[in-house]
Every structure is written in C-alpha cells, then in structure tokens.
Design a protein. Structure first.
Length: 418
C-alpha cells in the first residue's frame, strides 16, 4: 500500500526546501515539492495519495489561486501558506473549505506551517465528543470546522449518553455547546462526574457559549471545564485553542506514562505499583475476591554483573521483565529495583497460578542462554493472603527468601499462619 505524502506547493525553492527539511526531521512520511500548477497536476495524476497539502496562492502558471481550487476539488486537506492573504479572502466561499491559514510573514511561519501539517496528520486519530442540543446555529459550524481539521467527531444531545459512552471509551476532548438549553443540574452533574473520573489534564473540556451566557461559561470553568470561547470566534481562534488544550493533555499523559514506568524495562515502577496496587487491594477486599502477590528475584545477579559487565546485566533484567509481562499480562507487574520484581493480581485458580509460575521459571531456565547468551534462573515467592498490600508483599518476600535459602531456581509458597 502506497504511503500518503505531504505535498508542498511553493514557487520559492528556498522556502519549499526549508519546509521539507523541517517536515523530514519530524515525520517519516514521504514529501513531494511542486513549484507550479502543472507539476501539481502531474503529481495528482500519478495517483499518489496526499495526506496534507501546504500551498501558496500565487504560482507562475496559477496567479489567482487556481492550485487551491484544484486541491480542494480533489478533496485534499489543504493549508494555505501565503504572504498575500487578507480578511476579504478569508470570507470568500472557497477559503471556508481550507483547513487553516498561515501567513508567510516571518521565519517562525515555517515552523508553524509544519506544525499545522503534522497536527492535521494526527487529528484522524483524535476523538472529539460534542454535547449539543442542536438548537443553535453554531452546532453545525463547529462540526464542519472539526471535520475540516480531520478530527473524529461524535455528537450527543443528552449528558446521559456521554456518561454511557465514558464507561467504555475516552475521547481526547469534550466540547459543550449552547449549554443553556440543557438542564443545569444535568450539566453540572456531568462535569462533576467527569472530573471525578479524569482530571483536567487527562480529559480536557471546552465550552462554547454566546456572550450573553458568559456567567454560565465561567461557572462551568469553576466546575472543571478547561477553556471557554464565545460564539463570535474566528476559525483560527478555535483551532489554536482546541489544539493547545489537546496537546497539553497529550503532553501530560506522556509525562504521566514516563513517571509510572521503569526506564530500563518499561514495566511499572515501584511507586506506581503501590499507587495502583492499593486501589486494587481495597476493591478486591471489599468484593471479597481472592488475590495473589508474587515476588521474583534473578539468582546470582551480582555474579552476572561482575563476570559479564553491567550491559549484559541490563540485558538479563530486560529479558526477565519481558518474560514476566508475557506470563502475567493481565496483572500488575513492576520492577521493584535491581533484579527484583513483583506481580499483584486477582486469583482465579490456585493450580493455574502455580502452573503459570512454573512455566515462567522453566522458560527462563531453558531459554535464557539462547536469548541473552548465558544461563539464568529465578527464584519466586508466592503469597495468596494479606491484611494489607504491604503485608502481602512482605509475606511473598519471606517466601522468596525461603526459595533462595533452599537452593534457588524454585517457587516457594508462604504459609497462611505466618
């Protein structure tokens, strides 16, 4: 399947090359430069799919914006990049179908144009939920602009429908439009319920209201809505604020992901293990569901580092971590530090759990040499009770100590009487 292409249309070769250079540094998609309308015609006739086009309005063989009309006729998402753009053109019918406008007035415009193209490339993977009663003339305008920006849009007329969908899905943004036609109790209960489940960084919300409803918009922001814009907004204002809120949320999620992970193995780290584990422990205790805690330690790991070096030691740690994640993919798996790991999960079957532990032990014993170049074994300590998460871990750790004291490369189970 042919990869979609970023298309740059500009008769100034230096600018086109700068755009290509910046795009190439930030994306692996192919990039095509055309300097004339004739070249654009030839490229489109080749059948190559275009992801996003960035075009100047004035070319040697197309001085009146003919290239833009061609791109829009082919239903290609297009960003205008021109020094001759003005408010009169903005209001022309043809320009209402343009995804965005970038004024070619300073060097920073290059970076902004590239950023806009990359954003339009990402948007088909971004979900926008719009709550609107469809009683205002702005609803369809919002939807049309979101589609121009290639977002995936789902419309809801009732807060209850959003609640239902949030049980199984999470969008990248929730837009609240013309909320004055929604029962205030339902509206604020929805905002409160969303904020109970997700903070403002995890799931951003924006409100769109006319100026006469500014007090309602401010109250929504106090309850947890991230941003507000009034119905007299320009497309650029809407696009920029929407983009900033979504990208801020994405950056937060990236930081949150990194903060929860061990940098070497990509397993959860000790801190997140206890945060998530405490929540699971309380849930399972309340529901009277059985659970298990498993401690794992790589045997004679210091000898591995001393003999083969720390790089080989890291390879061994990563290999054991990947094996653990494979065998306990439905459980909470973390690297506790050094060569020690912990697994916490719901207990469905004692025999199945014991079999899984033994399968893990055997795999590492028999396959480690082929995988990392030296034989590796692990010791495991298993506990299926505990008055608290820390108590359960301590009991599993005691069982691990027993496994190591009785010869290593084995599973030891703790006693309920301990």
């Amino acid at each position: 399947m042919t990869q979609p292409t970023f298309l740059i249309v500009d008769d100034q070769k230096s600018i086109a090359n700068l755009l290509k250079q910046e795009l190439k540094a930030r994306s692996s998609l192919p990039i095509k430069i055309c300097h004339t309308l004739s070249e654009v015609h030839s490229f489109l006739e080749s059948g190559a799919p275009v992801e996003v086009a960035l075009c100047d309005l004035n070319l040697p063989d197309a001085p009146k914006g003919e290239v833009l009309k061609l791109l829009l006729k082919e239903h290609i998402t297009t960003v205008v990049f021109s020094a001759s753009f003005n408010e009169k053109k903005r209001n022309d019918h043809i320009y209402r179908k343009v995804a965005d406008f970038v004024l070619k007035d300073n060097p920073a415009a290059i970076n902004y144009a590239v950023d806009t193209m990359l954003n339009l490339h990402k948007n088909p993977r971004r979900q926008i939920w719009l709550l609107s009663t469809n009683q205002s003339r702005f609803s369809q305008r919002l939807i049309n602009m979101l589609y121009l920006q290639r977002y995936q849009v789902t419309s809801f007329e009732q807060p209850s429908r959003i609640r239902k969908h949030l049980k199984t899905q999470k969008p990248d943004m929730i837009l609240l439009e013309d909320s004055s036609h929604i029962d205030p109790n339902e509206l604020f209960n929805l905002i409160n319920d969303i904020r109970q489940q997700y903070n403002s960084n995890q799931l951003p919300m924006m409100a769109c209201e006319p100026v006469e409803h500014i007090e309602l918009a401010l109250k929504m922001m106090k309850y947890g809505v991230n941003d507000f814009f009034n119905t007299s907004f320009t497309p650029e204002e809407f696009y920029v604020r929407l983009k900033q809120n979504i990208e801020l949320s994405e950056s937060y999620r990236e930081i949150e992901y990194i903060s929860r992970r061990d940098s070497l193995t990509n397993l959860f780290n000790r801190r997140h293990f206890f945060e998530r584990g405490e929540t699971l422990f309380k849930q399972w205790k309340t529901a009277q569901k059985p659970f298990f805690t498993l401690m794992i330690d790589i045997d004679h790991f210091k000898k591995v580092n001393d003999t083969y070096g720390h790089q080989k030691g890291d390879e061994v740690i990563v290999y054991v971590a990947q094996s653990l994640q494979t065998h306990f993919s439905y459980n909470l798996v973390a690297r506790f530090g050094g060569e020690e790991f912990c697994v916490f999960g719901e207990l469905n079957s004692h025999d199945e759990l014991a079999g899984n532990c033994e399968a893990l032990r055997q795999q590492i014993e028999t396959e480690s040499k082929a995988s990392v170049g030296l034989p590796v074994t692990i010791s495991l300590g298993l506990c299926t009770h505990g008055n608290s998460l820390e108590h359960a871990i301590m009991q599993a750790d005691n069982a691990l100590y027993t496994a190591k004291e009785t010869g290593r490369n084995r599973l030891s189970k703790c006693s309920k009487t301990k």
